[in-house]
Design a protein around this ligand. Structure first.
Ligand code: NDP
Length: 333
C-alpha cells in the first residue's frame, strides 16, 4: 500500500516536502470488512484547510496521517455481504492506494464514467447546484458573476446561471480559460481576473450591476464585485481560495468596512454553505444533473493527473490555478 501523509503543516502555500510518500504493508481484512483499491483520488481546495491546525468545519489532519480525500475505489477483497469483489464505490480512503473499510460511508456506483461522481455529479457539481439555486436564486435577466469559472464548481455555476436565463459573467485566469468559458460554457461575458484593468472590465460587463455573486475565490475579484452589487444582491459563499494560503492579513487598506457597509446599504445577503449540510437535496441533484448532462445542457471538463505519486504537485498547482477543470488523480485502471 502506498500512501501520502502530512509530513509538516504548510506555512503559506504548501510545498512538496509538506507531504511524504510512504510504503506500508497491506492490512488483512477482518469479518465485515472490505479491502478497497483506489482507482481515482479527488483533489480539492478544502484539503489545504485540513492541513492547518485552525478550527474549520472539520478537524485537522494529524501529522503523519494520510491526507484526507474522496476516492472512487474497487472492492478487491470482501468479507462483507453487502459488497462483492469488483463493485465500484465512492469512499473516503484518503491519499492511499488501498484502504480497509468496514462497509460504512460507502456509495455503490453504477456509472460508465465513475470519476464524475467526484466532480460534476459529486461535491463540485452539488456545491454549484445548492449555492446557485438554493441561495443565489437568480431570476431571468438578472446578472450573475462567478470566478474560478472553468473549475469543478464554477463551470457548473456558469451553465446553471445561463440555463436560468441570467446574464452570466464568467471570471477566470488566463486566455485559454477565458475562451473556454465564453465558447464552451457559453457565458455571456468572460473576463481574465489577472488583467490590470479587470475591475473596469467587470464594471463594463455589468451595466445593470450584479444580483448574484457566487463566491469561490475572495481576494481581488471580491473587491471588484462589491461596488457593483445591486439592492437585494445574494452572495453564496462557497470558498475563498485566494486566501487559503494567507499567513497574515492581506497588504493594503482594511476592506471590511466598505464590504459590511455595502451589505447594509444594499440589504444584501451573504451566506456561507457547505454541501454536507444539504444531503436531503442530494438525490434530486443527482437526478437533475444526470438529465442535464445526458441532454447536453451541462458539459464538464476533468483535469486528469496520471499516477498517485503526482498528487502533491497537482494539489499545489490546484491552489495556484494550474488546473483546468475538476482535478482527479488516476491511481489505477
Ligand atoms: P477549481 O477547480 O475551481 O480550482 C481552483 C481555481 O481557483 C483555480 O484553478 C483558479 O482558477 C482559482 N484561483 C486560485 N487562486 C485564485 C485567486 N487568487 N484569485 C482568483 N482565482 C483563483 O476548484 P473547485 O471547483 O474544487 O473549488 C472552487 C471553490 O469552491 C473553492 O474555493 C473550494 O474551496 C470551494 N468548494 C466549496 C464547497 C462547499 O461545500 N462549500 C464544495 C466544493 C468546493 P483561475 O485560474 O481561473 O483563476
Amino acid at each position: 500500500n502506498r500512501r501520502i501523509v502530512l509530513a509538516r503543516r504548510p506555512v503559506g502555500a504548501p510545498v512538496a516536502s509538506d507531504m511524504r510518500l510512504e510504503e506500508v504493508a497491506l492490512p488483512a481484512i477482518g469479518d465485515g470488512q472490505l479491502l478497497l483499491k483506489t482507482l481515482f483520488l479527488s483533489l480539492d481546495p478544502y484539503m489545504r484547510g485540513r492541513m492547518s491546525e485552525d478550527r474549520s468545519y472539520s478537524p485537522p489532519i494529524a501529522l503523519g496521517d494520510p491526507i484526507v480525500g474522496r476516492t472512487i475505489s474497487r472492492v478487491a477483497e470482501s468479507r462483507n455481504r453487502d459488497y462483492a469483489v469488483g463493485d465500484v464505490v465512492m469512499a473516503n480512503s484518503g491519499w492511499q492506494t488501498h484502504f480497509v473499510s468496514d462497509g460504512t460511508a460507502l456509495r455503490k456506483l453504477d456509472m460508465q464514467h465513475p470519476s464524475l461522481a467526484l466532480g460534476v455529479l459529486g461535491s463540485a457539481g452539488f456545491a454549484a447546484y445548492i449555492g446557485l439555486l438554493e441561495i443565489g436564486k437568480p431570476k431571468p435577466g438578472e446578472t450573475v458573476a462567478v470566478a474560478a469559472a472553468t473549475g469543478g464548481v464554477g463551470a457548473t455555476v456558469v451553465q446553471l446561471a445561463r440555463l436560468r436565463g441570467a446574464h452570466t459573467i464568467a471570471i477566470a485566469g488566463g486566455a485559454d480559460k477565458v475562451a473556454y468559458a465564453r465558447d464552451v460554457l457559453r457565458a455571456d461575458v468572460a473576463l481574465d481576473h489577472r488583467a490590470p484593468d479587470f475591475a473596469a472590465q467587470l464594471k463594463a460587463a455589468a451595466p445593470n450591476g450584479i444580483d448574484v455573486y457566487f463566491e469561490n475565490v475572495g481576494g481581488d475579484v471580491l473587491h471588484a464585485v462589491v461596488p457593483l452589487l445591486n439592492d437585494r444582491a445574494r452572495i453564496p459563499i462557497c470558498g475563498v481560495i485566494a486566501w487559503y494560503n494567507l499567513t497574515e492579513a492581506p497588504a493594503g487598506p482594511d476592506f471590511s468596512p466598505s464590504l459590511v457597509r455595502t451589505i447594509l446599504r444594499r440589504r444584501a445577503l451573504m451566506e456561507g454553505f457547505v454541501v454536507s449540510d444539504w444531503l436531503h437535496k442530494q438525490e434530486q441533484f443527482f437526478a437533475d444533473m444526470t438529465k442535464w448532462i445526458d441532454d447536453g445542457a451541462i458539459v464538464y471538463r476533468e483535469h486528469v493527473v496520471d499516477g498517485f505519486e503526482n498528487a502533491p504537485a497537482a494539489f499545489i498547482g490546484l491552489l495556484d490555478g494550474k488546473n483546468f477543470g475538476k482535478v482527479v488523480v488516476k491511481v489505477a485502471d
